[in-house]
Design a protein around this ligand. Structure first.
Ligand code: XMP
Length: 516
């Protein structure tokens, strides 16, 4: 990827919740952007030779003792710099200006007006709507800088040293509410940094195919295919590079959704022509899970069984040295950020825990890509929309949505109810947009009802539907009452063994998205 990555943008992170969004926005404009932590950035700059640098916002105040500092190399570099919020304040303080607490915090939409002199605002109306979120403000500018825009509360809403190619914005161009944000980034990339728009799905595919061929040579690679977006796109990409020499293993553990196993075989083996081994391990997993009700014990049992099943199949294949994984860029950023101090709230599993005698070299062609880029590449590779736009589904599958004991009969009940909910959401256009994750949860709680003059005493089903961008926090989706009524009526009428349907109205935090 080196050719595609050089001449891009380095985004230096000072702890803003929007840092990843900055990099995504830049990549949407066809320029590679990579996120570096403020204290580790210096080591990476020579490698990708970025054409410009963006400094993110952050929660600190520059005058606090412990506040993250501007990396020293930046002041010596000739590269154009755009500081956003905290990034602008850091730049100001480091270059001899003054930053202090504002008398009023500014949070939310604001109107700014700008001077026509700056290339940063080229092509934009004189009055713009932007999104502010700050408690500090600039009191005096560093030498060489002038005001480029102002709002009612921020006389220095944008500043710049036009000769030195250093700019600062008090507002957040990366968030959707700043409708002028993409034009500002476009101006910074192409007018100020002279970037080339090299970063496209076709170029990324071509580059990845070459890199995979160079890495794997004439050998074979193994991939655990789950049917989720990431492993599907990784599979399609590697298949394009090495064809039949990619061997995919798909484990049906019995805790998949309705028709999911059949669908995976249909799409990957028949439509994509991939070399797919489908393992039916349903009995094996159900036996291992019998009698287990404790959530972490369920996860551990499934994780262990998965590794055993996968390794057993892999051993039969003999002599494969490469293991492909659908690791994506946010996984890389998050695992670097989630230092050892992070507490395990739930143990997530992947194929990382393979036995010691199975030493693989990893092939991770999506390591540099955001989810929306992964989807674009999947589409360019010809994967169907049903795979590309799938909502996330946890590794342990329905096991952690079937509370209490897991039996085939209860799983079937849950599958049928989940399919009704999903199909009604799809009809209402709320599956791809409008909700980020929607599913059914079966509770081991019986309640009394009345059906056709008869008393019923059956289990309870909960519908869960959330909106979120990052799955770290989430809100419950405000689904239309009519839709909930239709789903509830259909489930109770069509799925024997469920006589009550509830809707979960807990946000995350304090809840989690899944129930176990
Ligand atoms: P929670 O429940 O922690 O879920 O709010 C956040 C996101 O992670 C998914 N999730 C998992 N994914 N293995 C996975 O691959 C797991 O064990 C697992 N547990 C939760 C969950 O579906 C949601 O998208």
């Amino acid at each position: 990827m080196d050719y595609l990555k050089t001449g891009g943008i380095a985004v230096i992170d000072f702890g803003s919740q929007y840092t990843q969004l900055i990099a995504r926005r830049i990549r949407e404009l066809g320029v590679y952007a990579e996120v570096y932590s403020h204290d580790g950035a210096a080591a990476h700059i020579d490698e990708h030779r970025p054409a410009g640098i963006v400094l993110s916002g952050g929660p600190n105040s520059v005058y606090e003792a412990e506040a993250p500092q501007l990396p020293a190399f930046l002041l010596e570099s000739e590269r154009p710099v755009l500081g956003i919020c905290y990034g602008m304040q850091l730049l100001t303080a480091a270059l001899g200006g003054k930053v202090a607490a504002a008398s009023q915090r500014e949070y939310g939409p604001a109107a700014i007006s700008h001077q026509p002199r700056s290339p940063l605002f080229d092509g934009l109306e004189a009055e713009l709507q932007v999104w502010m979120s700050h408690g500090d403000r600039i009191e005096s500018l560093p030498p060489g800088f002038s005001a480029l825009a102002q709002s009612e509360n921020s006389p220095l809403a944008a500043i710049g040293d036009l000769e030195g190619n250093r700019y600062g914005l008090q507002f957040h161009p990366e968030v959707q509410h700043s409708s002028c944000g993409q034009t500002i980034f476009r101006n910074f990339l192409f007018k100020i940094c002279s970037c080339q728009p090299k970063w496209s799905a076709a170029a990324v595919i071509e580059n990845a195919v070459e890199a995979i061929r160079a890495q794997v040579g004439s050998e074979r690679a193994l991939l655990a295919l789950s049917g989720g977006v990431d492993s599907a796109v990784a599979g399609a990409l590697i298949h394009r590079a090495i064809g039949e020499r990619l061997v995919c293993i798909f484990v049906d553990h019995g805790m998949l959704r309705q028709n999911e196993a059949e669908n995976v075989v249909q799409v990957f083996r028949h439509q994509q022509g991939m070399n797919l081994i489908a393992v039916n391990a349903v009995e094996n997993f159900l036996t291992a899970l019998a009698g287990i009700t404790e959530p972490e014990a369920k996860r551990k049992t499934i994780g262990r069984r998965f590794v055993e099943t996968f390794s057993e199949e892999a051993r039969k294949l003999r002599g494969i040295r490469f293991l492909a994984q659908g690791t994506i860029y946010p996984d890389v950023i998050e695992s670097a950020a989630a230092s050892a101090s992070a507490k395990t709230i739930k143990s997530h599993h992947n194929v990382g825990g393979l036995p010691n005698d199975m030493q693989f070299q990893l092939v991770e062609p999506l390591r540099d890509l955001f989810k929306d880029e992964v989807r674009k590449i999947g589409a360019a590779l010809g994967l169907p929309e049903s795979i590309i736009w799938r909502q996330p589904f946890p590794g342990p599958g329905l096991a952690i949505r079937c509370l209490g004991e897991i039996t085939w009969e209860r799983l079937e009940k849950l599958r049928a109810a989940d399919a009704i909910f999903t199909s009604e959401l799809a009809t209402a256009g709320l599956l791809r947009h409008g909700t980020a994750q929607s599913f059914a949860v079966l509770l081991p709680v019986k309640s009394v009802g009345v059906m056709g003059d008869k008393r019923s005493y059956e289990e309870t089903l909960v519908l869960r539907s959330v909106t979120t961008d990052d799955f770290m926090t989430a809100d419950w989706a405000r689904l239309p009452y009519d839709l909930l009524a239709r789903v509830s009526a259909r489930i109770i009428n069509e799925v024997p063994g469920i006589n009550r349907v509830a809707y979960d109205i807990t946000s995350k935090p304090p809840g989690t998205i899944e129930w176990e």
